[in-house]
Each structure stands twice: as structure tokens, then as C-alpha cells.
Design a protein around this ligand. Structure first.
Ligand SMILES: *[C@@H]1O[C@H](CO)[C@@H](O)[C@H](O)[C@H]1NC(C)=O
Ligand SMILES: *[C@@H]1O[C@H](CO)[C@@H](O)[C@H](O)[C@H]1NC(C)=O
Length: 389
């Protein structure tokens, strides 16, 4: 520490921020559904934008993120310039709207395009946990079985209480659905019976466990966010030629969670609404450094994160070494890692170019295809295998 202070004192440090990449979760949202015994409430009053959608509160949170970015990066981007700034969203409405909220306060005087990628089941960049991956489905299925048996054994009382109150047969694997309703009504001040207060923190803790097992290893997170990590790294390496200064990715808690595991910086917690994982590219005395910050609160300053074995300002070479075998270069490599080739011999489906359908919410499904292969069209399976990025 003393050494570093002396170093700073005696040398003229030339430091410059060259680029920033922001991975942000969408804002507050409505529940996806309700449960059979839920007390009737005015859905239109509390969720006028509909189930699963961004709420007014969520849009406000998005604008707040825009203000934060505008203040922090005012020297880096002044006004919107399409060569310098890219806004890319998952195809889910709540993410696109979050991106719009951010741009509204980040670039109030400009018209800003929000790029996306349809269909979300093929968006390996920003909706990776909806992209078919056989191997990770299997890993998660095994871990989930284990967790189910522990939870069903240790939380018998809670589960039977929840079954009685909700009208669902609540086992461990149903906890995410319970959380979906209880927490999202709670965060929007929908009046709920007293028992909800008594169980909400326990339900949230179990939800956390079910969420983290989907991403909590190097192997799982590589198959989910290895591709995004590759893109982020590539954009840093090509910054000089591209002239890019800011990229904002609007996405889901799953993507942020997995990316934190990809970077070895997870706190094993749930990701709050509009939490942002930010990678800054700094030039210090002509050497590139990466600084990672995690903004998971609007009241305290963002957390400075450390890649394992690195300083907060991590030299590019050390960063590269760390991420090199956590990156997935393209869709073919993803398919290979996921061992998706097992379906290679299925009959080629008729090409379907229709626009994305309003498919049911997938947030709380463990994963996509293994569980729903019966109802999923072959097109989904096939296109996710064949898609080139
Ligand atoms: C909630 O969790 C706490 C701590 O694990 C436990 O003592 C309590 O009994 C649980 N409450 C319910 C309703 O299961
Ligand atoms: C925010 O992130 C830090 C670092 O990961 C963690 O210690 C803290 O508990 C988090 N706070 C919330 C509210 O998630």
C-alpha cells in the first residue's frame, strides 16, 4: 500500500478511460402469473402493463441508471454518436424498454436506436439461458435433483404451508414460481396476506439457491456467458480501430449471474433490478487495464471487483490469461461444448420465418428444450443448432 502511494506520488500517471461496457438487468417487473388460491386483486391497477412486463417503477429505475452513466462517463461520451455508442438489448420487451429508459436520461437530446436479436431462444449473447444447451441442462438437472432432495427434506413445514396457501403442490422445484408471485407483488406494494411477510425471506433464500445452481461453475457459466465474455473481450481488443466508447447491454438476471461466475467474481446472491456489471477499459501509461465494477445499489457507491489474482485495475495481459479458456468463440463451439450434435440427425424442419410468437414466460423454467421438447417445434431445436453468429 505504502509502496503504491509512493509510486503515485513520484510518477506522473497518465490514465485515460477508453471504453466502458455495461451489462444491466432490466428494471422491476410484474409477476408472470398468480397461484390458484391467490386473493383476487386488481391486476389492471397494480400491473397495468400486464404480467411479466416492466412496471412504471422499473422504467424509473432504468432512467436512474441512465443518469448514473451520464454522470460517471460524461467525459467519455457526450451525446449520442452511433459510431461511439451501441445499445443492444435482449428481445424481451422489458429489456428493450429498460434500454429505452436508460437512453432517455443518458442522451436526453438524441434519438437512440436500441438493437436487438430475434428470436430470444437463439440470442446467445443476451438470452443465453434460453438457448438450447444439452450438456448444461444435464448438469443443472443433476444439481437440481440434489437440491430438491435437501430442500424437500429440510423445509417440509414451509413447503406444506406454501402448498396449503397457494393451492399448488409446492416442492423445492416449485419455489421459483412461488417467489415469482410473492416477491413481485411485494416489490410493487400489492397488498398481500400477513403470512407472506412471514415466509418471504425464506422463499427468497431458497429461490437464490435454485438460481445459483444454474450457473455456479466454470463449466456451466462458460456454456451460458462464454460467448458474451468473448464479445466483450473482443470489443476491448478492437477498441482502437472501432472507436467504440460505450456499449450498453440490457439483459436478464440469468445473464448477469452467469457472467459473474464467468469472471470469478460472483457473490452468490440474486441480482437486484437494474443492477449493472460494468467493465471499463483504462489506458494507464500506455498499458491497457480492465476495471470491473458492480453497481447493485443506488444508495451506495458501486463495488470495485477483482478478478481472481488481479488488482482492481487488472493489466490486460492478466485479464486475457484469466478469460482465455472461459470464452466461447462462436455458435459452432457452443454447440460442441453443449454436445448438441446428438440431435444432428433429426429431420430437417420446414423453414418458418414467422415473427417471434408470444411464447410462455420461460424465466422460471430450469431450461428450455429438455423439459419442453414435446411442445417445442423442431424449428426451435434446429435453428438453434444451425444459427451462425
Ligand atoms: C425460515 O428460516 C429460518 C432460518 O433458517 C427458520 O428458523 C424458520 O423456521 C423458517 N421459517 C419458516 C416458516 O419455514
Ligand atoms: C452488492 O454486491 C456486493 C459485492 O458482490 C455484495 O457484497 C453485497 O452484498 C451486494 N448487495 C446487494 C444488495 O446485493
Amino acid at each position: 500500500m505504502i509502496y503504491r502511494l509512493l509510486f503515485l506520488y513520484f510518477s506522473v500517471v497518465h490514465a485515460e478511460l477508453e471504453m466502458v461496457q455495461v451489462l444491466v438487468r432490466h428494471g422491476d417487473r410484474a409477476p408472470s402469473f398468480t397461484f390458484p388460491l391467490d386473493e383476487p386483486f386488481e391486476v389492471e391497477k397494480y400491473f397495468p402493463r400486464g404480467y411479466s412486463q416492466l412496471t412504471q417503477q422499473g422504467f424509473k429505475q432504468a432512467k436512474e441508471v441512465g443518469t448514473f452513466l451520464r454522470n460517471r462517463y460524461s467525459g467519455l461520451v457526450d451525446g449520442f454518436n452511433r459510431k461511439e455508442t451501441l445499445i443492444r438489448s435482449s428481445d424481451k420487451d422489458r429489456c428493450i424498454e429498460t434500454a429505452m429508459g436508460i437512453t432517455l436520461s443518458l442522451f436526453p437530446d438524441d434519438i437512440v436506436p436500441v438493437h436487438t436479436f430475434s428470436h430470444y431462444k437463439h440470442d446467445l449473447l443476451l438470452k443465453p439461458n434460453s438457448v438450447y444447451c444439452r450438456r448444461v441442462d444435464e448438469l443443472v438437472k443433476d444439481d437440481k435433483k440434489l437440491l430438491n432432495s435437501v430442500v424437500d427434506r429440510h423445509h417440509k413445514e414451509l413447503l406444506s404451508f406454501l402448498s396449503e396457501k397457494t393451492g399448488w403442490d409446492v416442492t423445492g422445484s416449485k419455489i421459483s414460481d412461488v417467489f415469482n408471485v410473492l416477491y413481485r407483488k411485494y416489490s410493487n406494494n400489492v397488498p398481500q396476506p400477513v403470512w407472506v411477510n412471514e415466509v418471504l425471506s425464506n422463499v427468497t433464500e431458497l429461490k437464490r439457491q435454485y438460481r445459483t445452481i444454474q450457473f455456479d461453475s466454470d463449466e456451466k457459466s462458460k456454456m451460458r456467458t462464454g460467448y458474451l465474455l468473448g464479445q466483450i473481450t473482443k470489443d476491448m481488443n478492437e477498441q482502437k480501430d472501432s472507436g467504440r466508447r460505450m456499449i450498453v447491454y440490457a439483459t436478464h438476471d440469468a445473464t448477469v449471474t452467469s457472467m459473474m461466475y464467468s469472471l470469478g467474481i460472483s457473490d452468490h446472491k440474486l441480482i437486484p433490478y437494474t443492477a449493472a456489471l460494468i467493465l471499463e477499459l483504462h489506458n494507464v501509461n500506455n498499458r491497457k487495464h480492465v476495471k470491473i465494477i458492480y453497481r447493485n445499489s443506488t444508495v451506495s457507491p458501486p463495488q470495485e471487483m477483482r478478478l481472481p489474482g488481479c488488482d482492481v485495475l487488472c493489466p490486460m495481459e492478466a485479464y486475457q490469461r484469466f478469460v482465455s479458456n472461459r470464452i466461447v468463440a462462436n455458435k459452432e463451439e457452443h454447440d460442441a461444448l453443449c454436445q448438441n450434435h446428438i440431435f444432428q440427425n433429426i429431420q430437417e424442419p420446414k423453414f418458418d420465418s414467422s415473427l417471434p410468437q408470444n411464447l410462455p414466460e420461460e424465466d422460471n423454467l430450469l431450461s428450455t428444450t429438455l423439459l419442453t421438447v414435446g411442445s417445442l417445434s423442431y424449428f426451435d431445436l434446429y435453428a438453434s443448432m444451425k444459427m451462425k453468429n
